[in-house]
Design a protein around this ligand. Sequence first.
Ligand SMILES: NC(=O)C1=CN([C@@H]2O[C@H](COP(=O)(O)OP(=O)(O)OC[C@H]3O[C@@H](n4cnc5c(N)ncnc54)[C@H](O)[C@@H]3O)[C@@H](O)[C@H]2O)C=CC1
Ligand SMILES: O=C([O-])CC(=O)C(=O)O
Length: 336
Amino acid sequence: MVKVTVCGAAGGIGQPLSLLLKLNPKIDELALFDVVNVPGVGADLSHICSNSTTSSHLPSAKEDKTALADSLKNSDLVIIPAGVPRKPGMTRDDLFNINASIVQGLAQGIAETCPDAFVLIISNPVNSTVPIVAETLKKNNVFNPKKLFGVTTLDIVRANTFISQLFPKESKPTDFNINVIGGHSGETIVPLYSLGNSKQYLDKLSEEQQKELIHRVQFGGDEVVQAKNGAGSATLSMAYAGYKLAESILKALDTPNVVECTFLNLDSSIKGASEAKKLVGNLDFFSLPVKLGKSGIEEVQYEILDKISDNEKKLLEVAVDQLSKNIEKGVSFVKK
Ligand SMILES: NC(=O)C1=CN([C@@H]2O[C@H](COP(=O)(O)OP(=O)(O)OC[C@H]3O[C@@H](n4cnc5c(N)ncnc54)[C@H](O)[C@@H]3O)[C@@H](O)[C@H]2O)C=CC1
Ligand SMILES: O=C([O-])CC(=O)C(=O)O
């Protein structure tokens, strides 16, 4: 029996993400939690003739903790797209004040009800909300770094799409699986186009075009925020990306060699994490390709950092500097 819980299930990301999860044959039970509108979303999804069951959980009042606990009970995988999205002119960090407490509250619920679950954090600013979840779980003595994932998959999705758009005759987006490392905001996002099959295309671009491509990946979120013009940020592409990571985590339960990039805690209990940490300015959190297995993150593929280009090394330096501040902000929010 596999149970998946979505916290923030009635939102712009939560709804399409829940739809995709409802269609996954590996999932037996889908629990939807939100502070508004979730009974309607649940009723709607429950009519789909896939084999999973659907339940909806709406708190009856602000203090009601039972709805969250019921949604999390026996959950194997929890995905969190709860919180406010950006409007034009805002940075992801501007969301910290509201989303930090929302994520902390949900992490506390996880610590109390399903501490062994895989936890996937979508809520922004990811660079800070993931440390918040880690610290909250640590406070409750239930932290397992192998099971905490900051979702940066949308950056990979964009990196694949954007390079292919530059070579429409020679390539398709599905030809690529670009590693995107670092964090999930602006210059902390570092796409590694110099590795693998994208290198041959990167080499065909002028220095200026390469810069533009990298900038587009780093600031791809802004394109959607501006196009939505006040009505939020990426939801459909994000649902696809979040689903892709969840699907891989479930796939890795019975299939070897599943690799995904994720923003993880570089804890020494994970193979390769100490080596990675030394190469990324001693940061405690960083997005890197990881090998997934039954117990979650089995190995960090830190070797990739030795192979990156000189330009990518420069981008990495900028990313490390910004990330350290974002991480510290999340950690101290819980410690205070
Ligand atoms: N990691 C990534 O790549 C991306 C992250 N995001 C982030 O995802 C978050 C959600 O975005 P949208 O779905 O567009 O926003 P939205 O406003 O459409 O939906 C958010 C949902 O969270 C719910 N919510 C608020 N407080 C809650 C709580 N305490 N417990 C459970 N649910 C709660 C709201 O009721 C709402 O239904 C934002 O922070 C956004 O910045 C968005 C796109 C990409
Ligand atoms: O840009 C935003 O605020 C939402 C997000 O994280 C993304 O689309 O990458």
